[in-house]
Design a protein around this ligand. Structure first.
Ligand code: GRG
Length: 300
């Protein structure tokens, strides 16, 4: 399934716009040249910018205008935090990976000490950027609270903790879903939540969008695990075939490739159905198009 043309146009417009100020903004906020280099290295190594794109798409769906001076730092804070998680995940003490975003991992280039600090710097700078804005203080506080919950010990860090403890434990499906929701889903949940907060949408109207985000998050992890089996390092810019070797809990590992693909198709349908429940005056086609990231024909 090719990427939906609406999503393609959106990406072509927004990825360069989101990327343009990054190098200067990171350098301006770092007090050490080598640290700035290590932080910028991983952020600028590529990446689809999926999470900030989801935030901007949610804002657009809700009719909110993106004003660069006010919104760029808060929107890109999530990409900094996401990149920290990749740098730390790749460290020798975690997944010990040599390739990320098609380039040597941060510790391969800068050493484990500086890579740890680059991750620490990006994590902290993310919260600085949520508040380096003319947005109302109540909006800043809502973003800080939501990102801390998503990324912290009740979200992504909890998921990673479960992941490293259960490599050789056969988790039941319900516990695997919780692990995926925390490790991968929480940041995608926040990406949409940030769009709702920035658009000033009352919480009573969040539920359909959040259900969409959570279905997208689960689909994202199932698809990532399918690609680990069927794809190549050249295509993904990172090592493949790792999950089976490390006896990780994954949908393909537990259900087989065909079973994982069926679960992917079902999860996408649930996310699409959630978008059908918003008021008809709201055009959700752009958000729906994000599901075209997942090529359900990869598994024959
Ligand atoms: C170190 C606290 C801590 C957490 C690490 C990110 C992570 C949690 C683990 C990495 C391994 C993994 C399978 C994560 C699931 C999420 C995932 C596939 C991230 C990659 O996201 P993409 O595909 O990457 O959006 P790009 O490079 O395009 O930004």
């Amino acid at each position: 399934m090719p990427i939906d043309s609406r999503l393609q146009t959106f990406e072509t417009t927004w990825v360069p716009r989101l990327n343009a100020p990054l190098a200067d903004a990171i350098a301006a906020d770092s007090g050490d040249d080598r640290l700035a280099e290590a932080m910028s290295y991983s952020v600028l190594a590529g990446g689809k910018r999926l999470r900030p794109l989801l935030t901007v798409a949610t804002m657009q769906t809700l009719g909110a205008t993106f004003t660069a001076d006010r919104d760029w730092r808060p929107v890109m804070a999530l990409e900094l935090l996401h990149t920290y998680s990749l740098i730390h995940d790749d460290l020798p003490a975690m997944d010990n990976d040599a390739l990320r975003r098609g380039e040597p991992t941060n510790h391969m280039k800068f050493g484990a000490g500086m890579a740890t600090l680059a991750g620490d710097g990006l994590l902290t700078l993310a919260f600085q950027w949520l508040t380096a804005t003319a947005l109302p203080v109540s909006t800043q506080a809502a973003l800080v609270q939501a990102l801390a919950v998503a990324a912290g010990p009740h979200g992504m860090v909890a998921g990673q903790a479960k992941d490293i403890q259960n490599e050789h434990v056969d988790l039941p499906m319900d516990r695997l879903r919780v692990l995926h929701r925390e490790k991968t889903g929480a940041l995608l949940h926040y990406a949409v939540q940030a769009g709702l907060i920035l658009a000033g949408t009352p919480q009573a109207q969040w539920s359909s969008y959040i259900q969409f985000a959570d279905a997208f998050g689960l689909a994202f992890q199932i698809y990532d695990d399918i690609l680990d089996v069927v794809s190549t390092p050249a295509e993904l810019g990172k090592a493949t075939q790792k999950d089976a070797g490390e006896a990780k809990n994954t949908y393909p590992g537990k259900l087989g490739l065909a079973g994982a693909n069926q679960a992917l198709i079902k999860t996408i349908a649930q996310g699409q159905a959630a978008l059908q429940t918003v008021p008809t005056a709201v055009d959700t086609d752009l958000l729906a198009a994000f599901f075209s990231y997942f090529d359900t024909k990869r598994v024959k």
